[in-house]
Design a protein around this ligand. Structure first.
Ligand code: SF4
Length: 150
């Protein structure tokens, strides 16, 4: 399986930190886990400006109908699409069937993402990498869903 790297304690978040989930780490101790951070794989630095999807969700970004902008208005759509494709390469190489992702992220969001206003509001939708993986048959679930069903 692949897992959002920030959930495992890697300092890859936009603010240079992580959101380590100790319960997840404990549950996965004996599993085959590939940590991925699509935003780093897309060439973005850490730390970096926070970004949100404007005009839709990850599926819309892949169709060219929405963009990923930083708080200051820089268009990073290309990096987000590149990162998603790099993750897809990993998925294909190792025949990954399950992704456990961090919700709300413009890359890894599974159930909800921020609404593009940078005001802390969320909406139903997926991140760019989640969208690409779903289109390629990967089961993508949020960490909370994984922990609740185990
Ligand atoms: Fe975590 Fe995904 Fe954001 Fe990287 S892109 S910091 S793995 S939520």
């Amino acid at each position: 399986m692949i897992v959002s790297a920030c959930l495992l304690g890697l300092n890859c978040r936009y603010d240079g930190g992580n959101v380590k989930n100790a319960e997840l780490v404990e549950r996965l101790r004996d599993a085959c886990v590939i940590p991925v951070c699509p935003e780093q794989l897309g060439g973005l630095p850490t730390p970096r400006e926070s970004c949100e999807i404007m005009g839709g969700d990850g599926f819309d970004v892949l169709k060219g109908k929405a963009v990923v902008l930083s708080r200051s208005g820089v268009d990073y759509t290309e990096n987000f699409v590149k990162g998603a494709n790099e993750v897809l390469k990993i998925v294909r190489t190792f025949e990954v069937e399950l992704a456990i992702f961090k919700d709300l992220s413009p890359s890894c969001g599974v159930r909800r993402i921020y609404d593009g206003s940078f005001g802390g509001k969320t909406k139903v939708g997926v991140g760019v990498t989640t969208a690409l993986l779903k289109l390629n048959g990967v089961d993508v679930i949020a960490v909370e869903e994984f922990l609740n069903k185990e």
